[in-house]
Design a protein around this ligand. Sequence first.
Ligand code: GLU
Length: 294
Amino acid sequence: MTAGAGRYAPTPSGDLHIGNLRTALLAWLFARRTGRAFRLRIDDLDPDRSRDPAGQLADLAALGLTHDGPIVRQSARTSSYAKVLDGLIEGGLVYECFCTRREIAEAPTAPHHPPGAYPGTCRSLTRSEIEAKHASGRTPALRLRAEVSALTIEDELHGAFAGGVDDMVLRRADGVHAYNLAVVIDDHDIGVDQVVRGDDLLASTPRQAYLYDVLGHPRPSYVHVPLVLNAQGQRLAKRDGPVTMRDLGLPAHLVLAMLGASLGLCADDEQVDVEVLLDRFDPNAIPQEPWVFG
Ligand code: GLU
């Protein structure tokens, strides 16, 4: 086994749907195929969106997706995020941002900024402007003082991918650490060097890669896998009907065969387990097209 690890990192917002399960299976197959450990992390940073992950964990176990080491919960790692953030603050790489969402949406964007990027409104506030904002009762978010506006990452399925980097939020005004910061610190701390996840997250990857660079950590290898779509060609969601293991009411081995079939690894009525799928799995031959479910 190499020293590295892959991982699956669900947000505990209810049962996993078939698309989430397929991504989890792919992450497991990629990790095991390359001799890596496989870690599980619960992305429960946001207290408003977090539920008990027990059902998700039970579904992953029922499919046979074994994991190594303890399950990591982001909600228990706040002090690690705070420590890294303190280092960035000491390095002069962080500034306070008092903008509301609306102010950001309405601000004119500078020509060299990618769409949706923070326009830099608070980047150069003077000390007295900052004091006035505090005095008016506004609580700031903390943003990274980014030195680039774009970055190219390498993805094993997408090849070179260039995307925008901006002065991303590191800690929200409500004190919750930002997802981009947390995932980078987590993955580094738990030895993850292979990130397999849905390709809806590809666009935020250059930001995360930039954080790796800023923190002086080697970037992981990235594999952004196609999402599962509904019959209308939109990203599958729980409102699309019976899409979770519980709602489908199927035994785990049939769900696994369905997922395996969608990856061209078995017939959808074949008796398989994850080890059989692993034997047949070729990372270079996974379908590039989204799987339409329903
Ligand atoms: N928790 C994120 C999600 O469920 C995934 C984070 C990641 O894989 O980096 O979409």
